[in-house]
Ligand binder design. Structure first.
Ligand code: NDP
Ligand code: MG
Length: 328
């Protein structure tokens, strides 16, 4: 069973200067939650970054990355994973000193050897189990997003306590601070986003949409029933689990799903999942992604372009525009 903490000793973080490097999805949530928890936060960005103005507008002090790294002793690395090696070598590493700490929200850069910190620096993970906007929204509403914590390198003997204090500053003690390892977080996070959260779900939706349209149904109807309605049932699942979801859907939906579900997600899909996981575990996926990003992401750019042209996007855009109540 996982070790879950519902409290942590914040003193490990109070009195320390925190630099949040990057002010995007995670960076803005970490910087604001930590500040509102009473900690000393500054933000590190590059000159000309569009995020700079947003961070200042939120009342935060912004410096360039090197200056923030020099000034602070707890450095949260919240820039895109593929940018970490370059930014680390150029602007972070020269300013590290014994007893400083690096905090990551995802283990990729450390687990696959992209960032190698000197031995006298703590390297920890504080990975909220949610998208950045939700990490901030849940906190301002008085709740907390659960957070994984782990230690890659414990130079001070207090690295795990520091990670827990940082997670508490994010609000996570209210919901649960779970101990894990960099390896477990990295591999499960990559697997989940590939197999379920984005890869699996998005392709399931498109396959259903294309099946309906090919059979002659109106694309707008196919859009609503295969994409739009997903949120409500997933919200039910998040709030009440599978048994609770069953109570709230129709008996017809429940019976049909029990018959069709195992046919849609059968052995070939499970075999593909095992293969995807194996490629993550043996480093093949990381090697591919690092090579892709070093070449300027040609495959990723082509996929983005192709998706913009997909009928589900063409159909969906005007339909969404008429539903301004859709949040975020
Ligand atoms: P984003 O792309 O949302 O934000 C990145 C931020 O870094 C932006 O503010 C960007 O500035 C800034 N930035 C980019 N390049 C540089 C640079 N060279 N120097 C300084 N700042 C730079 O990233 P995410 O928040 O998605 O990801 C950050 C980390 O959090 C990653 O490790 C990711 O895996 C992890 N994570 C992300 C989650 C999420 O919710 N997206 C969930 C859990 C973990 P600008 O935009 O102004 O160029
Ligand atoms: Mg994650």
């Amino acid at each position: 069973m996982a070790v879950i903490h519902y409290d942590a000793d914040e003193r490990l973080l109070s009195g320390r200067r925190i630099a949040v490097i990057g002010y995007g999805a995670q960076g803005h949530a970490h910087a604001l939650n930590l500040r509102d928890s009473g900690h000393d936060v500054r933000v590190g960005l590059y000159a000309g970054s569009p995020s700079w103005v947003r961070a200042e507008a939120a009342g935060l002090r912004v410096l360039d990355v090197a200056a923030a790294a020099a000034e602070a002793d707890v450095l949260a690395m919240l820039i895109p994973d593929e940018r970490m090696p370059g930014v680390y070598a150029e602007a972070i590493a020269p300013h590290l000193a014994a007893g400083k700490a690096l905090v990551f929200a995802h283990g990729f850069a450390v687990q696959y050897g992209q960032v190698k910190a000197p031995a006298d620096v703590d390297v920890v993970l504080a990975a909220p189990m949610g998208q950045g906007n939700a990490v901030r929204q849940v906190f301002t509403a008085g709740g907390g997003m659960p957070c994984l914590v782990a230690v890659h390198q414990d130079a001070t003997g207090q690295a795990m306590e520091l990670a827990k204090a940082y997670a508490k500053g994010l609000g996570a003690a209210r919901a649960g601070i779970l101990e894990t390892t960099f390896r477990e977080e990295t591999e499960t996070d990559l697997f989940a986003e590939q197999a379920v959260l984005v890869g699996g779900v998005n392709h399931l939706i498109k396959a259903a949409f294309e099946t309906l349209v090919a059979a002659g149904y109106q694309p707008e109807v196919a859009y609503f029933c295969s994409l739009h309605e997903l949120k409500a049932v997933i919200d039910l699942l998040q709030r009440q689990g599978f048994v609770g979801q069953r109570r709230l859907i129709s008996n017809t939906a429940e019976y049909g799903a029990d018959l069709a579900g195992p046919r849609i997600i059968g052995e070939p899909t499970r075999q593909a999942m095992r293969e995807v996981l194996a490629e993550i575990r043996d480093g093949r996926f990381a090697r591919d992604w690092i090579a892709e990003s070093q070449q300027g992401c040609p495959t990723l750019e082509a996929e983005r372009k192709a998706e913009e042209g997909h009928m589900i996007e063409q159909v969906g855009k005007p339909l969404r525009a008429m539903m301004p109540w859709l949040s975020g």
